[in-house]
Ligand binder design. Structure first.
Ligand SMILES: Cc1cc2nc3c(=O)[nH]c(=O)nc-3n(C[C@H](O)[C@H](O)[C@H](O)COP(=O)(O)OP(=O)(O)OC[C@H]3O[C@@H](n4cnc5c(N)ncnc54)[C@H](O)[C@@H]3O)c2cc1C
Length: 390
């Protein structure tokens, strides 16, 4: 029987598998990563590719390897040295470098050999162990780790669903079927959503497809170098967060996350494109739509906007990820959630004696950084510490 089955092979699942192998007694025989994609880190690569991001928003010490400076050491190797490897502030790595470093970690530590291709459909409490059922097999493990990200729940506004049903070209940047490489712009494209992926997508549509872009955001785009205020990375705010009653933590998370913001370099590039009349930035909320001449008329509170196609950069539905599988797990193990629907877990990230969580599911313990790469690193120190004690 396995010691640990990790459900989800994204940044979180892979970093946790690597940490458990390096920092506890577990060996390659003890761990498997269950993920439906053809290779590990598939969702990360797909999302980043689709929005054309060139640099991460996080610093060079946030990556999937163990030593904090691993990415910097990797970048300093003669074959990897490039002037374009990092940009300020905090040495943000290029996506090219970050992905190559991820591949190095996966290859050097044979992490792909842990990968079982499949989806967890059901989980059974066998008291002394857990069974996870996929379409192909039943996998038994003493412990299970839920490393399920937000990636499978892209947010579709209701007007966008209606417009798509009317036959207008509407795509969500993070839909599995959307591929920017084969996308064509044959008229003005409206990009909806004022965050970093909306900014990247607008610039990419201009650069690669020479499109006229209407970038529509509910509020003015603000500048923030990171997804959350950097003070959340250090211990001081976290101590206070962990002392707060569980029901207040959601408000603190919402307040701390810089939603709808972009880093300075993207803001400068967008302003430049606007000055060249390649992009029109509109602050408005779309409330209604009409289909006209194969394209769309978007009706907002402030005005009406013609476009041929629409790309949604509206992020993810803000609800607990994992869908029916997590609902069934909650019934089977009588798992506790807060009013916001997210797990109430111990400081070691245990939702149950045999179930650990990371990523968004660990948010009420890890805080506003839980979904990010630094969140994976923080989860791994807590989870590996729990196993070092066992
Ligand atoms: C465009 C973009 C840019 C980002 N940039 C940064 C950045 O610069 N810095 C930073 O710190 N963070 C960044 N993030 C945030 C975060 O680090 C990433 O979203 C990261 O990929 C999250 O990893 P994850 O492992 O939680 O989730 P995912 O990458 O979504 O992986 C979860 C995996 O679990 C699988 N899964 C789900 N349900 C099941 C099931 N029932 N059975 C089996 N498998 C299942 C999914 O298919 C998926 O493969 C960014 C996010 C996006 C979208």
């Amino acid at each position: 029987m396995l010691e640990m089955l990790i459900i989800g092979g994204g940044i979180h699942g892979v970093h946790l598998a690597h940490s458990l192998l390096q920092q506890t007694q577990m060996t390659h025989n003890d761990i498997r990563i269950l993920d439906p994609h053809k290779e590990l880190l598939h969702e990360w690569r797909r999302c980043v590719r689709n929005c054309g991001m060139k640099y991460l928003r996080s610093s060079s010490v946030h990556h999937i390897d163990i030593p904090a400076f691993s990415l910097r050491w990797y970048a300093a190797l003669p074959e990897n040295k490039k002037d374009t490897n990092f940009i300020p502030p905090k040495d943000r790595p290029s996506v090219e470098l970050f992905n190559a470093h991820c591949q190095m970690v996966v290859d050097d530590h044979q992490l792909e050999s842990l990968h079982i291709k499949g989806r967890a459909l059901e989980i059974q409490n066998k008291v002394n162990y857990i069974s996870v059922v996929t379409a192909e097999e039943t996998i038994n493990a003493r412990f299970v780790l839920f490393a399920i990200g937000m990636g499978e729940q892209p947010l579709w506004p209701t007007w966008a669903v209606r417009l798509r049903e009317m036959g207008v070209s509407v795509n969500h940047l993070f839909d599995p079927s959307f591929c920017f490489e084969s996308y064509r712009a044959d008229g003005p494209v409206a990009v909806i959503g004022g965050g970093v992926s909306g900014g990247h997508t607008s610039l990419r549509l201009i650069d690669k497809l020479n499109a006229d872009v209407l970038w529509i955001s509910r509020k003015e785009v603000s500048v923030s170098d990171f997804d959350f205020a950097p003070r959340w990375i250090g211990p001081r705010h976290m101590e206070e967060f962990c002392r707060s009653p569980i029901e207040q933590r959601r408000q603190q998370i919402v307040a701390a996350r810089a939603k709808g913001s972009v880093p300075q370099d993207i803001k400068l590039a967008v302003d430049k494109a606007a000055a060249l009349n390649q992009l029109t930035f509109i602050t408005d909320e779309i409330t209604d739509v009409k289909c006209q001449n194969g394209g769309a008329l978007l009706i907002g509170r402030q005005g009406r906007y013609d476009c041929q196609k629409i790309v949604l950069a509206t992020g993810f539905v803000e609800k607990r990820p994992g869908g029916d599988f997590i609902n069934q797990a909650m019934n089977e193990f009588d798992l506790k959630t807060a009013a916001c629907g997210f797990p109430v877990v111990t400081p070691s990230l245990q939702w149950h004696d045999r179930i650990f969580v990371t990523g968004p599911l660990s948010e009420l313990q890890i805080g506003p950084v839980a979904r990010n790469i630094v969140g994976a690193r923080r989860s791994s120190s807590k989870i590996t510490a729990a196993f070092k004690k066992k």
